[in-house]
Write a protein that binds this ligand. Structure first.
Ligand SMILES: Nc1ncnc2c1ncn2[C@@H]1O[C@H](COP(=O)(O)OP(=O)(O)OP(=O)(O)O)[C@@H](O)[C@H]1O
Ligand SMILES: [Mg+2]
Length: 508
C-alpha cells in the first residue's frame, strides 16, 4: 500500500535538468528520509508534491489519485486540502502577528466579522504544547528566537491533521531539545498511521526517525534503503560518491609553544536585554565556540562584536581599546561576520553568485585602490577558486543567488569572507543546511584559517560540531557565560549538561 508515489518525474529550470526520472513512494505509517548533497534536488521534488511546481514529465499520485500529469492541476491549496502539510527551513510566519494568529492563518474563528481572540488562543494552546513550545500564544511571532518560530511553523502544519507531513530541513535551526519535541510529533504521526517525509543534513537525526531512506544524487535516485539495511557510512558514500574520513580536523597544537597574544579581548560586554558580563579572549590560531541552548545571547555577542548592536564593556584589539560601533569599523579592523540569517543579512539574493562572492574583496580587486575599476580577470579567478573549493553548485557565476539551493546559498555567504583574510572571523551556525561532505570541507577550512593566524569565534546549536571543531567552548545561559570547556572537558555530555543546567558543572 502506498500513500504517495512519485513516478519517473523529471524537471528542468531554464534548460538545466534538475530531476531525472525520479521515483519513490511513501507508505501509510512510514517515515521516509530523503537525503542528498546540496543541490541534489530534494526541495524541488518536494515542491512537486506540495503543488508549488509541476513536473515536466512523470506522475505524482496521492492516495491513489493522479495529481499531476494533466488529470487535474495540483496546487498548494489542493495539496493542503488533500492532507499534505509542509514545514521548510524558510520561515513563512508573519512576524507582526501573534503566535496564535500565525498557527491558524486563514482560518481564524470570527463572530460578526471580528476575530475571536479568546477562541484562537484556546485552540492554539494544545497545538503549541504538542510541539513542546511554552510561549504565550499572544506573543508576536517575530519576537521569538528562530527555533521557536520553526516550532510555530510545525504547529501550523499540524492544524489540518495532515496525512502526510513534509519536513524540509525543518529541524536545522533547532537545538537538541527542540529536535526531540519534533521527533515526538513524528512518532505520534507514525503511530496514528500518518506519513512523514523528512529532509535533514544531520545524519544522526535521519537515522533516529526514518524507516527508509531515499538518496538523491545530481537529480537522480541512486538508492532506497531500509534503515536496518544501511548505516551512516554506506549512506554518506551513496550521497557523496566516496567515503568520508576524519570529519573533524585535528585541533590546534599546544598554543603554549607560541604564546599568542589575543587579537581581541572582551571584558564585561553587555547588550541590553540580551547578554552581560561577557569575557572572551580571541587568540590567533584558536577556534572558540559559543554554546548553549538557543537564544541565550550567543547571537547578540557576535552582532555586538561586528558593530551591529549597541553595547557596553571593554573591547581591546592588539592591546589597545577599540570601538566597534558600526560594521564598517569592524571590517576596517579586520573582523568578518557570517550571520545566521543569510537571506536578509548575509547575501544579496537578487544578485549573481559572482557579485556576492567578490563584494567583500572589491577593494583588493581594484587596481590602484580605485573602487571604480575592478579587474574582471582577477574577479573571475577569485570567484572560480571559491566556487571550486566550497563546491558551490551553480549553473554559472552569473546565476542569481536566490536560484541556488538553500545549502549553496549558505556556502556563498561563508565563502565570500574567505579571501578577505579577516583577523577575526565571527560565524553564526556556519554549517546549517550544509550537506555532510561540504560540512567536512568547512571544518577543515576553518581550521586552516585558524592555523594561518586567524581567531575564530563560532556559535552553533549542533553540540557535535562544537565538540569536534573547537579548541574551547564557552557555554551561555540567559545572557551569561556559565562554563568554559577545554581539552578533555570538552565532551558532548558536559556541553549538554552545562547548557541545560545553566551553571558550572561540578567536576566529578
Ligand atoms: N527556480 C530555479 N531556477 C533555477 N534553478 C533552480 C531553481 N530552483 C532550484 N534550482 C536548481 O535546482 C537544483 C536543485 O535544487 P534544490 O533546491 O532542489 O536542492 P536541494 O537538494 O534541496 O539542496 P539543499 O540541500 O541545498 O537544500 C539546484 O542546482 C538549484 O540551483
Ligand atoms: Mg533544499
Amino acid at each position: 500500500m502506498t500513500l504517495l508515489s512519485v513516478e519517473n518525474v523529471s524537471k528542468s529550470f531554464a534548460g538545466v535538468r534538475v530531476l531525472r526520472d525520479v521515483s519513490f513512494d511513501v507508505r501509510p505509517g512510514e517515515v521516509l528520509g530523503l537525503v542528498g548533497e546540496n543541490g541534489a534536488g530534494k526541495s524541488t521534488v518536494l515542491s512537486l508534491i506540495t503543488g508549488l511546481l509541476a513536473p515536466d514529465a512523470g506522475t505524482v499520485r496521492f492516495d491513489g489519485a493522479r495529481v499531476h500529469s494533466g488529470i487535474r492541476a495540483w496546487s498548494p491549496h489542493r495539496a493542503r486540502a488533500a492532507g499534505i502539510a509542509s514545514v521548510h527551513q524558510e520561515l513563512s510566519l508573519n512576524p507582526h502577528q501573534s503566535v496564535a494568529e500565525n498557527v491558524f492563518l486563514g482560518a481564524w474563528p470570527t463572530r460578526g466579522g471580528l476575530v475571536r481572540h479568546r477562541d484562537l488562543v484556546a485552540r492554539a494552546r494544545p497545538l503549541l504544547s504538542r510541539v513542546g513550545l511554552d510561549v504565550d500564544p499572544l506573543t508576536r511571532a517575530g519576537r521569538l528566537p528562530l527555533g521557536a518560530q520553526q516550532l510555530v511553523e510545525l504547529a501550523k502544519a499540524l492544524t489540518g491533521d495532515p496525512r502526510l507531513l513534509i519536513l524540509d530541513e525543518a529541524t536545522s535551526a533547532l537545538d537538541d531539545d527542540q529536535v526531540r519535541a519534533v521527533f515526538r510529533v513524528v512518532d505520534e504521526l507514525r503511530a496514528a498511521g500518518k506519513s512523514v517525509v523528512i529532509v535533514t543534513h544531520r545524519m544522526g537525526e535521519l537515522f533516529a526517525v526514518s524507516d527508509r531512506m531515499t538518496v538523491l544524487k545530481d537529480g537522480e535516485v541512486v538508492a532506497t534503503r531500509e534503515r536496518a539495511a544501511t548505516d551512516h557510512d554506506d549512506l554518506v558514500k551513496l550521497m557523496v560518491g566516496r567515503e568520508l574520513s576524519d570529519m573533524f580536523p585535528p585541533k590546534s597544537k599546544d598554543t603554549a609553544a607560541v604564546p599568542a597574544e589575543p587579537v581581541l579581548t572582551v571584558r564585561g560586554l553587555a547588550v541590553p536585554g540580551s547578554c552581560a558580563g561577557i569575557d572572551l579572549d580571541l587568540v590567533p590560531g584558536r577556534v572558540i565556540g559559543l554554546g548553549g541552548l538557543q537564544g541565550q545571547g550567543q547571537r547578540e555577542v557576535l552582532r555586538a562584536l561586528f558593530g551591529l548592536r549597541r553595547h557596553s564593556g571593554q573591547i581591546d584589539m592588539d592591546g589597545r581599546p577599540c570601538r566597534l560601533a558600526t560594521p564598517r569599523e569592524a571590517i576596517r579592523r579586520g573582523i568578518g561576520y557570517v550571520p545566521e540569517d543569510r537571506k536578509t543579512e548575509g547575501l544579496h539574493i537578487a544578485h549573481s553568485v559572482r557579485a556576492n562572492l567578490s563584494l567583500p574583496s572589491l577593494r583588493a580587486l581594484a587596481p590602484a585602490r580605485s573602487l571604480t575599476t575592478v579587474s574582471r580577470r582577477q574577479e573571475a579567478r577569485l570567484v572560480a577558486g571559491l566556487v571550486d573549493s566550497m563546491r558551490i553548485k551553480a549553473s554559472s557565476p552569473a546565476q542569481e543567488v536566490r536560484r541556488l539551493s538553500g545549502g549553496n546559498q549558505q556556502k556563498v555567504a561563508l565563502a565570500k569572507w574567505l579571501p578577505t583574510k579577516p583577523r577575526v572571523l565571527l560565524l553564526a551556525e556556519p554549517t546549517r543546511g550544509i550537506d555532510v561532505g561540504t560540512k567536512r570541507q568547512i571544518y577543515h577550512h576553518l581550521r586552516e584559517l585558524a592555523d594561518s593566524g586567524m581567531a575564530v569565534l563560532v556559535t552553533s546549536g549542533d553540540t557535535m560540531e562544537l565538540v569536534g571543531l573547537c579548541d574551547e567552548v564557552a557555554v551561555m545561559y540567559e545572557g551569561s557565560i556559565v562554563d568554559r570547556l577545554v581539552g578533555a572537558e570538552l565532551t558532548e555530555e558536559r556541553l549538554v549538561h552545562a547548557s541545560v543546567v545553566g551553571q558550572e558543572v561540578t567536576h566529578v
